[in-house]
Design a protein around this ligand. Structure first.
Ligand code: JHZ
Ligand code: ZN
Length: 414
């Protein structure tokens, strides 16, 4: 067999990538299907390989496939950040914290990359701090503008940063939440930060932590939008390449299954916390392939256990629905093979997703009220990261005898 040629690492360019998880071929996680399309003979749903690898040179975990960003974030992107109360609270606290600690005022500029529907920047705008959002997804970006958050509908990179600087714009604060994973050209992206940031400015980047992904079996957060899966070590190497430093780290265990916030600046003053995170990653072995080697086996076990659980319930004549037409939900149902024989429908609070079908397996997406109307015996919580928030909202469904199933870290009725 001919030797397989793998792409170079997205961060360091190294050519030694070592694959450790193969999720087969899956549809694009946010490519919800318009119902009429299934009757259209010309409709072909795209399926793409989904395989994860480790770079031994800079430690970055990444997928091998590169689906064009336009296809991911312009044509098929109905994710609206504002549908989670938890995320809105978390974002508001961060914004108000920055206004205080950085002394932001009418002469400052806060730029957010992947500003979505303005869920975060509106907090700065409310207290009179000038903001600029950047986001290529049409629907969320239009919602942001309507909410009073000036937004450039575009992808961020060095080129856009240079254009802004030429217009006299430099940022005191750059925020990039849940986007550094979404970037095919990582060095162009981080290079753009360096160009746009004032010398004494600060960047905060949030992203799910690869350590949580591995330790808690969160394989469903792997999908084509997520090119990369970060540790502090990988971020440190990446930003240093662009003359910046990872100066501090915060951890939010309950956000998106475990999220880190990295504080990055042009001057080096690395906190004890940041050093501790880096040291811990070395001790735990996140910097070597061995840490990832048994993950595929664990994922396979989750698949087998979940199928057994769902099939067992169906055999007893139980009805099952799912909660959350999340991107991660799409990976889960497609990889595990949860079709309409097992789960009848999916509910989601995001009105933009309702009426569509889940990618690949095609359950209809309905408003959350459908849970009380139909009172299915079980609800598979695809948005398990919001389990508490959802349980509070669905107290009536639960009081009526409904039960939740969570898929990870191991399938369980809760
Ligand atoms: P949610 C998102 O992934 C999008 P997804 C993105 N790709 C990313 O990188 C990660 O986050 C970090 C709905 N919902 O946020 C809203 C309710 O219906 O976990 C969403 O459709 N009721 C940028 O898509 C879905 O569930 C609720 O009460 O995997 C949750 O999707 C709540 C809280 C949410 O992420
Ligand atoms: Zn690398």
């Amino acid at each position: 067999m001919a030797e397989r040629i793998l792409p170079p690492c997205r961060s360091c360019g190294g050519t030694q990538l070592r694959p450790f998880l193969d999720l087969g071929v899956t549809p694009l996680a946010d490519a919800l299907v318009k119902p009429g399309l299934l009757d259209d003979d010309t409709f072909v749903e795209g399926f793409f390989p989904l395989e994860v690898a480790f770079c031994p040179e800079c430690t970055l975990v990444q997928i091998l496939e590169e689906v064009p960003a336009e296809k991911l974030f312009v044509e098929n992107y109905l994710y609206f950040s504002s549908f989670s109360d938890h995320l809105l609270r978390h974002s508001r606290e961060h914004a108000l914290g920055l206004v205080g600690s950085r002394g932001l005022g009418p002469d400052s500029l806060v730029v957010e990359v992947a500003s979505n529907d303005g869920y975060l920047l509106k907090n700065f705008a409310e207290v009179g701090v000038p903001v600029l959002g950047i986001d290529p997804a049409p629907e969320p970006a239009e919602a942001a503008v309507a909410a009073g958050v000036p937004t450039l509908q575009d992808f961020f990179g060095v080129e856009l940063a240079e254009r802004l600087v030429a217009e006299g714009k430099r940022a005191d604060v750059i925020i990039a939440n849940n986007v550094m994973a979404h970037v095919p050209d990582l060095n162009g992206f981080v290079g753009g930060f360096a160009t746009l940031l004032k010398d004494d400015g600060v960047i905060t980047v949030e992203n799910p932590y690869v350590r949580d992904l591995i330790e808690h079996g969160e394989f469903d957060t792997v999908y084509h939008e997520h090119f990369c899966y970060y540790s502090c070590t990988a971020v440190d190497a990446l930003v240093r390449r662009h003359g910046m430093f990872l100066n501090d780290v915060e951890y939010f265990p309950d956000l998106h299954g475990g999220t880190l916030r990295w504080w990055i600046g042009k001057q080096e003053h690395v906190s004890d916390t940041a050093q501790r995170f880096l040291a811990e990653e070395r001790e735990l072995g996140l910097t070597g392939y061995g840490y990832y080697a048994d993950f595929a086996g664990r994922v396979e076990q989750i698949r087998a256990d979940l199928l057994e659980l769902l099939r067992g319930l169906k055999a007893q004549g139980k009805t099952i629905a799912a909660y959350g037409a999340a991107a991660k939900g799409s990976t889960l149902v497609n990889y595990v093979g949860i079709d309409t024989d097992l789960v009848d429908f999916v509910v989601d609070r995001n009105v933009h997703k309702q009426g569509f079908l889940m990618p690949g397996v095609h359950q209809p997406i309905r408003p959350v009220e459908a849970l009380l109307e139909e009172q299915p015996d079980y609800v598979l919580v695809l948005a398990w990261n919001f389990l508490d928030e959802i349980a509070r909202q669905q107290s009536e469904y639960l009081a009526n005898g409904g039960r939740f199933i969570v898929p990870v870290p191991s399938p369980a009725i809760v």
